[in-house]
Design a protein around this ligand. Sequence first.
Ligand code: SF4
Ligand code: SF4
Length: 166
Amino acid sequence: MKEVVTEFTEELAANGGSSAALCFQCGTCTLKCPSAGLRTALRPANIMRASQLGLKDEAIEDYGLWQCTTCYTCVEWCPRNVQVVDVITALRNMAVADGEMYENHKKVAESLIKNGHTVDNNDKIKALRKSLGLQENPDTVLDDEKAKADFDRILKATKFTELVNQ
Ligand code: SF4
Ligand code: SF4
């Protein structure tokens, strides 16, 4: 049985996802989404429906939530001007606050904390850089004193590290 959480729509709106309420389920977003179809489990129209009905678990635990590339195709096509990406971002933030983060997103976030950028530098890229006469590891935000101080301040203000490591 699907549980309706009455405060959920307000919580979602407070996180920037209020426009889910405007969705009239035409399905255009799912049809046009380059990440949906046979490629992934993402069905943005389903996520909008669960969101506007207050089905918190269904919306937040939707695996497809993490398959959105934030390309904004759905937003461009939506006849109701639903800000689908804002809704998905809000749901992801709420999922993370509840201790749920898709594994690959977690890896990206961990790399940002550890290396100062989101993509891990592997041996293949290091060798390629070396062959081009470049240093194996490019400079990142961590290599500049002021930039690192700003970076640390942002991590602290957003509780980013705690959220990723919880
Ligand atoms: S295109 Fe807009 S109105 Fe249509 S289902 Fe998607 S979000 Fe809802
Ligand atoms: S922003 Fe996300 S949901 Fe919208 S079309 Fe792109 S991948 Fe699909």
